[in-house]
Write a protein that binds this ligand. Sequence first.
Ligand code: DLL
Length: 419
Amino acid sequence: MNDAQRLSLLKRTLSYCYDHAPHYRQAFTAAGFHPDALRSLEDLAHVPFLRKAELRSYYPTGILAVDKRRVVRYHASSGTTGSPTVVSYTKADIATWASMVADCLRLAGVGEGSVIQNSYGYGLFTGGLGLHYGAELLGASVVPTSGGNTARQVKILQDFGVDVLCCTPSYALYLSEVVAESGIDPKELPLSVGIFGAEPWSDSMRRRIEDAFDIKAYDIYGMSELGGPGVGMECAGQDGLHIWDDKYLVEVVDPETGEVLGEGEKGEIVFTSLWKEACPVIRFRTGDISHLYDSRCGCDASDQRIGRIVGRTDDMLIVRGVNVFPSQIEHVLSKIQGVSGHYQIYVERKGALDDMEVYVEVTGELFNDSMGEIIELQRAIEHEMYAVLNIKVRVRLVEPGKIPRSEGKAQRIIDRRML
Ligand code: DLL
């Protein structure tokens, strides 16, 4: 899709929001902006941002641009503070969303004949129903296991000829361990594709899961406020998330100043929806950190791309004045032999000082090693963390299975500072 076509979609969206959603009419007017003034895609920079806190204030309907009677579905974000943000969908929204998810699955080679185990949670969370509708539209067979009941998940993986697994990457890793513990080599399962997302995960985590199951693991991105899963998706090249040109405009801004950054520069991702009827989002500050690609992909989907999400602005820990992202810690751990991929970060305030401790689970083989070797490994990880983060971190190695597993998004950070 070329820029002129996208400009016309953007104009239509802004006028629609101005005419139908009181929030946008007020916000645009307060900023001295009128949709008729939009001349180029760059003019979007004059439109005010939409923040999560503003959306929250529209609980429990969301920022409605349609009569409430046209809403056919509600979902809500998994937010941990205050009221969740609610997102409403019209019939047309549900249909467009399903087609987006179907297009994403197609990028991963999924289609008619595929058997999909959908272990994303069904309910207010968008993961379960989002993947479900897309998969059915494609004509694939869906086994709607939802999250939890891991023993049953393993049985279904074995019995239903499942070749596509959809869940969070941390749950996929856990499933591979449970399969192995039951005496079956996960590689022997007919699985060939994983559609993993809803939380940040590194390339080393990807390799771990791909090796465990002998599959190709694709990253899928999404957020309730933007519609749900299917906003971004990797193709077989596994190089960046494709964002459908006719569905979103993407900007990257400096999280502090809001200034628009150039291609390749890392910052907060800001989305403008071009398709949403009930709850359109204009310049929505996602809090997710990534960058825009400056080139299109060589695959059939020549849409815009962003890098995989490296963290969130509010996930970023500030420990003794230093910015720390869980992804940096995961990166350090990925280079160390003998650790399992499960870890948790504890931050406390001791006196006036922040204290950070990382609990790292080791593999069974390492756990049988001598105490001396374990202490040596602990020191080596602490040393490497210091080199990367520039702050002292205590590392505590724990036995296999000690870090709590999650059926959905993994909880990596426990911040007890009460800041
Ligand atoms: O997590 C939607 C989703 C469901 C995406 C299933 C993918 C698969 P929320 O619960 O609103 O929606 O959480 C959105 O999760 O802002 C990111 O911080 C994080 N996130 C989602 N996908 C990815 C990903 C769903 N692929 C928040 N990589 C987002 C990194 C992700 N972070």
